[in-house]
Design a binder for this molecule. Structure first.
Ligand SMILES: NC(=O)C1=CN([C@@H]2O[C@H](COP(=O)(O)OP(=O)(O)OC[C@H]3O[C@@H](n4cnc5c(N)ncnc54)[C@H](OP(=O)(O)O)[C@@H]3O)[C@@H](O)[C@H]2O)C=CC1
Ligand SMILES: CC[C@](O)(C(C)=O)C(=O)O
Ligand SMILES: [Mg+2]
Ligand SMILES: [Mg+2]
Length: 336
């Protein structure tokens, strides 16, 4: 049985009198900093000079320092820069300023699991990994809710690492939804698997393949967009509230019959075998090695792919249709 912690299991006052440094002010960074501050915590932000986030964090009311200064001033250091940037930042700007009793935290276990960061034994090392994109995590918190998270302890020098990590999770609002105890290994492997196979890779390529199939057959792109992308959110909302059964209760019996008949032909044995292969590449470290190497080369494949994907016809038609639905609060990817 999973061990799941809720609000009553966590004591926020453990963080009172401590300063928390949030390193990075991107998707997760801004949400951690703002949720923790709203929960009464003392938060500063650590960035590099010239960061495009520096002014934003300042405008949001946080003291901002270069990373070494933020680490020196703080008791709890949460590492929220991109995974591939963490090892060098840790070596150059974090490790020299850690001292016994400080806590180093992560929102994803990649660099600990794959041996890219090896902290000294006299500090606590823990993780609170929200199961949500940072921007949604902030919005849900402001609405009075919270997103689920995983908690793990890699090193417990003080004997307080779990209780302190749970206090941090409460500050984020995650104990409102449930915080599951795990290990860095389980979090890393399941997170990478989920984002590659379902949440990001699986869903986006399912959408594109269905969209392209309709376009190639001569249907209108606008209809293909509404059918394959826009309505997906409305269908997922039903699953989010009541599981697959509630979605199937709400759709027509014709749709439910088509679900049982055709779904397994799309997600067939070949797809399941590929999922197993991807999981194995994650567990063996092959994926991590490839991603580390791609970053060392300056991300040529990643950057080319990102540019190509942004030009896909579904993006253009989607932009035009969303512009007619201002209540969706349409977003653009910021330039740069
Ligand atoms: N995105 C998400 O929702 C989730 C992410 N995570 C994990 O959270 C961590 C952070 O990811 P994410 O929020 O996506 O990252 P983002 O790319 O959104 O943000 C990274 C931030 O770090 C800053 N930064 C980059 N390099 C440095 C550096 N060398 N020194 C100081 N600051 C730096 C960036 O500055 P600038 O703005 O100038 O580029 C930016 O503010 C990762 O471990 C990730 O796996 C976990 C759960 C969900
Ligand atoms: C699903 C992608 C994610 O794992 C997340 C938002 O949880 C990430 O790494 O951003
Ligand atoms: Mg995730
Ligand atoms: Mg992830």
């Amino acid at each position: 049985m999973a061990r799941i912690y809720y609000d009553a299991d966590a004591d926020l006052s453990r963080l009172h009198g401590k300063r928390i440094a949030i390193l990075g002010y991107g998707s997760q960074g801004h949400a951690h900093a703002q949720n923790l501050r709203d929960s009464g915590c003392d938060v500063c932000v650590g960035l590099y000079r010239g960061s495009k986030s520096w002014e934003k964090a300042q405008a949001d009311g946080f003291p901002v320092y270069e990373v070494p200064e933020a680490v020196r001033r703080s008791d709890v250091i949460m590492m929220l820069v991109p995974d591939p940037a963490q090892p060098a930042l840790y070596r150059e700007a974090v490790a020299p300023h850690l001292s016994p009793g400080k806590t180093l935290m992560f929102a994803h276990g990649f660099n600990i699991r794959f041996g890219q960061i090896i902290p000294p034994p006299d500090i606590d090392v823990s993780m609170v990994a929200p199961k949500a994109p940072g921007h949604r995590m902030r919005e849900v918190f402001r609405e009075g809710g919270g997103v689920p998270a995983l908690v793990a302890v890699h090193q417990d020098a003080t004997g307080q690492a779990l209780a302190n990590a749970l206090a941090y999770a409460k500050g984020l609002g995650c104990t409102r939804a449930g915080v599951i105890e795990t290990t860095f290994t389980e979090e890393t492997e399941t997170d990478l698997f989920g984002e590659q196979v379902v949440l990001c890779g699986g869903v986006s390529h399912l959408i594109k393949a269905a969209f392209e199939t309709l376009i190639e057959a001569g249907y209108q792109p606008e209809i293909a967009y509404f059918e394959c992308l826009h309505e997906l959110k409305l269908i997922v909302d039903l699953m989010y509230q009541g599981g697959l059964s509630y979605m199937r209760y709400s759709v027509s019996d014709t749709a439910e019959y088509g679900d049982y008949r055709s779904g397994p032909r799309v997600i067939d044995d070949h797809v399941r075998a590929t999922m197993k292969q991807i999981l194995e590449e994650i567990r063996s470290g092959a994926f991590a090695e490839e991603w580390i190497e791609e970053n060392a080369k300056g991300r040529p494949w990643f950057n080319a792919k990102r540019a190509e994907e942004r030009k896909h016809p579904i993006e253009e038609v989607g932009r035009q249709l969303r512009a007619m639905m201002p209540w969706l609060n349409p977003k653009e990817v910021p330039a740069g």
